[in-house]
Design a protein around this ligand. Structure first.
Ligand SMILES: Nc1ncnc2c1ncn2[C@@H]1O[C@H](COP(=O)(O)OP(=O)(O)OP(=O)(O)O)[C@@H](O)[C@H]1O
Ligand SMILES: [Mg+2]
Length: 149
């Protein structure tokens, strides 16, 4: 069990946090991102993209449910926002069990289909440019992050 609470002071710092975590990820890793509109979920994901050497610009996949980016590992960037109330018969499960990295914005909407082994990140808006980030996991594969956060 790991639970870290961080205070982030700028978008740049949020990207840097994504990079730090992104560098420690492994094939099959799953990261959930929860937090209000504009909390910084996509901003964090940009940092993951940088860590994976993805050259394309990562932006919000809100209108597409999922975007796939190729870097050192494949990034599946999912946004579950529009699945709210639709039911979760959308075929996302297959992506959770591939050798890529899955980053899921608004993951709380599809909790029932998510694997247990994952890194859960909750972002709260605490000010115009400040955010509280809670990073939690029950899985020891992710706990090596503890020393670097
Ligand atoms: N410390 C911070 N960390 C992250 N973003 C910040 C921070 N301070 C200000 N911002 C701003 O907040 C916005 C975050 O937008 P972003 O698209 O990352 O949010 P999101 O959580 O993905 O939203 P959505 O739910 O709409 O997808 C950006 O405009 C960013 O510049
Ligand atoms: Mg977003």
């Amino acid at each position: 069990m790991m639970k870290k609470i961080l205070q982030i002071k700028s978008p740049e710092e949020m990207i840097a946090l994504g990079q730090t975590i992104g560098k420690k990820l492994f094939p099959g890793a799953i990261i959930t991102l929860n937090g209000d509109l504009g909390a910084g979920k996509t901003t964090f994901t940009k940092g993951i993209g940088q860590a994976l050497n993805i050259k394309a610009v990562i932006n919000s996949p809100t209108f597409t449910i999922m975007k796939v980016y190729q870097g050192d590992l494949t990034l599946f960037h999912i946004d579950a926002y529009r699945l709210d109330g639709v039911g979760s018969d959308f075929d996302l499960e297959e992506y959770f069990y591939q050798d890529g990295i899955c980053v899921i914005e608004w993951a709380e909407i599809i909790t029932d289909i998510l694997p247990e082994e994952r890194l859960d990140i909750t972002i709260s808006i605490t000010g115009e440019s400040t955010r509280q980030v809670i990073i939690e996991t029950n899985n020891q594969e992710y706990q090596k992050l503890e020393g670097i956060l």
